[in-house]
Design a protein around this ligand. Structure first.
Ligand code: ZN
Length: 278
């Protein structure tokens, strides 16, 4: 009962991260390349919003579509308007590279699975960084689910809380009347559950989806890349909240999940053509 009949990653945009995704301290800068630890998407030619050009890693910004006998569920909503976010981030001192295409806009992406945003019953936000909440307003009927630990930083981010943008607080406020705050272990609909991983942010959740192939784990940014798991290296682009949490979360996923789905890795589309997992 409650097993997903469809689970698909839908690309809504692309952004760049620094090339050194796994290792960022105490090593020679060439070392990760020699070890072959660069994720798919490595580029020598990333053009950042401050005009600089360096190497980096291009990352997909997916949302996830889950269909069960009971409900249509979406996980995360993308970064919204890339020009707005780029402008805000540059003003904060963070050059970025973000882009989208017409077919990547959230309604067009959802059309691939025969769904319109207003038909979605539930939206789960893995966490409230800017690239996961920007399309909230599109889901006009859905109930929203966010872990309670995300709320303080999402609504009033201090300057050190990079990737929570004060301007993104409106994406939560606009859905406040349809918002459910999650505890550490929770069922959203039959066959779809969340558990608090923390690690990347205080309230990062992993979404577990039951399927005929066993449980699938949507990791959000608790795990950016497959390499994180393969090399037992739970870093996330130099963006740690709690490494102890990350290690525990990776251990749990190794034990419980049959399918592991990282948050920002183009390799997912090689392993699951078209992003179709189930
Ligand atoms: Zn992210």
């Amino acid at each position: 009962m409650g097993k997903a009949t469809k689970l698909q990653a839908l690309v809504t945009g692309e952004l760049a991260g620094t090339w050194c995704v796994l290792i960022n301290a105490h090593v020679h800068p060439q070392h990760p390349r020699k070890q072959g630890l660069l994720p798919q998407g490595y580029s020598k030619d990333v053009r950042w919003s401050d005009g600089s050009v360096t190497d980096g890693v291009l990352k997909p910004v997916p949302i996830w579509y889950i269909e069960t006998p009971d409900a249509r569920v979406v996980v995360d909503t993308g970064f919204g308007d890339p020009e707005e976010v780029t402008r805000i981030r540059l003003a904060q001192g963070f050059p970025s590279m973000m882009r989208t295409r017409p077919e990547w806009h959230v309604p067009a992406a959802l059309a691939q699975v025969g769904c319109r945003p207003e038909e979605v019953d539930a939206v789960i936000l893995t966490h409230c960084h800017y690239d996961h909440v920007g399309g909230n307003e599109l889901f006009t009927k859905a109930r929203f689910y966010i872990h309670k630990n995300e709320i303080p930083l999402a609504l009033a981010p201090p300057p050190w809380a990079a990737h929570y943008l004060p301007e993104c607080a409106r994406h939560l406020i606009s859905v406040r009347e349809r918002l459910t705050l999650l505890d550490d272990e929770q069922e959203i609909v039959p066959g779809v559950r969340t558990w608090r991983a923390g690690g990347h942010t205080p309230g990062s959740v992993v979404v577990t989806v039951d399927s005929d192939r066993g449980p699938a784990a949507i990791m959000g940014d608790v795990m950016h890349d497959y390499l994180n798991l393969e090399h037992w290296w739970p870093g996330t682009s130099n963006n740690y909240w709690n490494i102890d949490d990350l290690v525990r979360a990776y251990q749990r996923v190794r034990e419980e999940a049959r399918i592991v789905l990282p948050g920002h890795d183009w390799r997912l589309w090689d392993l699951h053509p078209g992003g179709r997992v189930i």
